[in-house]
Each structure stands twice: as C-alpha cells, then as structure tokens.
Design a protein around this ligand. Structure first.
Ligand code: GDP
Ligand code: MN
Length: 377
C-alpha cells in the first residue's frame, strides 16, 4: 500500500525527523490562505502516488501571489503518469545547499533490510544509480533492527566528511529505521534529504510503502488508504475473502489454492492464451464463493471465456458444480465456460454439470485448451 507524501511526512514528524511543515489543500483559495500563513517562498507539491513529480512539472517553488496562482492552477490541471492532481501540499521552501538520498528497503535477494544512502540525492538518483553506482552506499542490517553496530562509523564516514553531518545523518537514519519497522514498511525513503544554507537538515520529500501482507497489524494505517488508486473489483474481492488480481487478458479464472492458481495462469500462457485475472477462492470453497467470484470476473468486459479449475479436498466438487449452475441462472451468464473439477465428489459434480450441458474436463490441460480456444472465438 502506498501513501501520499503529506501522509508519509507526518510519520516522519512523529518520530522526530525534521520536516519543513506545510498543509495540503485542493482549492486555490485554501492554498493562497496557507501560503500567506507560511510566508513566501513556498513549494507547491502535487500529491500523486507515482514518482518523478518534479520532472513532470508537479513541483514548483513560487515567490509571490501571482506565481502561486499561475502554478497552482497549472499543477492542479496536470496529469502525472495518468493520474490527476487532486491535492497540493504547500510547504515553506527550503534554501537547499545540498541534496542527499536516504532509504530503508528490503533486499529480496539477500533476505535482509538495507539502508541506502547517497550524497548525490535529488531527482536524478536513478541516473546516478546507472552511471555512478559507487556513489550509492548500502548498509545491510544483518537481520538486526538498528544500526548500533561496530560497522556503522566507517560507513557513515564514507558518505559524510563533516563530523557534525555524520551525527545528524545517523540520527535521521535511526529514525527512518524506526518508521520502517514500526509500520511494517516495504520502503521508507527520503529523497532529497536536504541541508540548507544555515546547516539545518530537513526531509524535503517522503515516500513510504507498507507491506500489504502486514497491513492487518496496523488498523491505524487503514485511514491513509487512497481508494482512487485501487481497483474497485480488487477491493470488493478482498471484502469477500477472495484473493483476486486483475490482469489484461481474456480468460477469466476461478481456482482454489494460490499455487494451483499460479500454475493455471502459466498453463493458459503456455497454451497461447492470456489470463484476465488471478483468483484464489480459498481452501474450503462453497457455492456462494463461486457465485461471488463469477460476479467479479464478469464485470471485466474483456473476459471472453471462464475457466474453473478446482482440486477438491475439503472443498467438495458437487458444491462447486451447484455454485456454477446457480450462478449461470442468477447472473444469466452468456460467456462460455470450461470446467475441470476433480477430487472429493467429482463424479457427482460431473453429473450435475452434464445435466446443464457442461462437460467436466478430465485434465487441467484439456480444460485450459478449451478455455483458450473459447476466448479466441
Ligand atoms: P519528486 O520529483 O516526486 O521526487 O519530488 P520532490 O519532492 O523530491 O521534489 C523534486 C525536487 O524539487 C527536489 O529534488 C528539489 O530539488 C526540489 N525541491 C523540493 N522541495 C524544495 C524546496 O523546499 N526548496 C527548493 N529550492 N527546492 C525544492
Ligand atoms: Mn523526491
């Protein structure tokens, strides 16, 4: 889950990372009032959940009312990577002398949390990573949650030559780690972390993503969710306890078990089709779940065929078959289906389906082949 800069900066503030302050508005009048209160110059910062706002014209320092109006109206009308700007964060401008980069992230290959720090921060950090990777320093935590180790002084000295800077940077990084671990983040990033002309430090930007698999532990973060960035079908599926991810293809799928669902997507691709979704109805599935799943799948107008691939264990195949028949009636389903139901009560299931002229395929391959063929008609 991603949150906006103005929300992430609040998490930074809570742990004592210095921030410039500011307020978020959506109208010009509210914005002007905030700017008057803060005093010019201020920075107008578009709040969209994508990176590279600066390069897209979504960040602007303004010095007076006239500039404020011009750029507020311009930024409010921008589309950044397809997203409209609904909110603008207005902050007192920092007289930036130096921009650094600081982040806490997960290195999936090393299975470790890593601090990433660079003296070359700012909007060109991606370029730096490509052209001058040695300017980006990494400190692995080796499974710890703090930087309180013998390795630290040497690391921090390799980035900041000044002793006072080393001390301030260490403090900021410790606090950034606290944000990362207390909120179960997948990333917590400050770019740029800035030093102004008077030697004061500020987090001039904030990016925080939460690990979706841990979000249930943080009810307090739920209110930060911006639903305009989430797929309505995925939200509904989640409320119905279905694990659903929308995709670009034409073969809708209902599968039980995440592993089988992944294998099903692979098989569709292998046999020349394109899946329209991932959907795991879960271990103990019933006819109500099948009905809900079909409702969500059929909202996607790209779906040209539906593949049901169930391996019945605790789940009874006859329950699923009844669910399919019931859903076909209730939802008046016109999209053709290909079904494979094996395991507990598979014979009963085949009988139920046969009465409605649906054949239950003996193998996954033949069911997928038919679904792919139907989707191409
Ligand atoms: P991003 O492009 O989405 O990462 O947006 P940022 O919030 O990082 O802003 C982009 C750039 O705008 C920064 O790297 C700074 O160079 C500049 N910027 C942001 N805030 C200020 C500020 O307070 N004063 C000045 N002078 N520049 C700023
Ligand atoms: Mn930034």
């Amino acid at each position: 889950m991603k949150i906006h800069e103005y929300q992430a900066i609040q998490l930074f503030k809570n742990v004592g990372i210095p921030t410039p302050g500011g307020e978020t508005v959506s109208t010009l009048d509210d914005g002007l009032a905030v700017a008057k209160r803060l005093g010019f110059p201020v920075v107008l910062k578009s709040q969209v959940l994508v990176g590279g706002r600066g390069k897209a014209g979504g960040i602007k320092v303004v010095n007076n009312d006239v500039e404020f109006k011009e750029h507020f109206i311009r930024i409010r009308a921008l589309k950044i990577k397809g997203y409209s700007v609904e909110k603008i964060f207005i902050v007192p401008a920092v007289d930036i002398k130096k921009e650094f980069y600081a982040a806490v992230a997960i290195d999936n290959i090393k299975s470790d949390v890593v601090l990433i720090v660079s003296a070359e921060g700012g909007v060109d950090i991606e370029e730096t990573a490509k052209k001058n990777p040695q300017a980006i320093k990494k400190f692995y935590l080796n499974g710890q949650k703090t930087i309180d180790t013998a390795r630290w002084p040497e690391f921090v000295k390799s980035i900041f030559s000044d002793e006072a800077d080393q001390k301030i940077a260490t403090g900021v990084l410790q606090k950034l780690l606290a944000v990362f671990f207390t909120n179960d983040c997948s990333i917590a990033e400050i770019n740029p972390l800035v030093k102004d002309a008077k030697g004061q430090w500020f987090a001039a930007d904030a990016k925080v993503n939460f690990d979706d698999n841990a979000i249930f532990r943080h009810v307090e973060l739920e209110s930060l969710r911006d639903l305009s960035y989430e797929d309505a079908d995925e939200i509904e599926a989640k409320n119905l306890n279905l694990s659903f991810v929308k995709m670009d293809g034409t073969v809708g799928c209902i599968v039980n078990g995440a592993g089988l669902a992944m294998a099903t997507l692979d098989t569709i691709k292998l046999l020349g089709g394109e899946p329209a979704n991932f959907l795991d109805v879960g271990g103990s599935s019933n006819s109500a779940k099948v009905l809900n799943a079909l409702k969500i799948i059929l909202r996607n107008k790209n779906v040209k065929s539906i593949l049901v691939n169930i391996f019945g264990g605790i789940t009874r195949c006859d329950d699923i078959a009844n669910g399919i028949i019931e859903a076909r009636k209730q939802l008046n389903i016109q999209v053709p289906m290909s079904v494979r139901l094996i395991g507990t009560n598979e014979k009963e299931a085949a009988e139920i389906l046969k009465r409605e002229n649906i054949i239950s395929h003996p193998t996954m391959r033949s069911a997928v082949e038919e679904a792919v063929k139907l989707a191409k008609r």
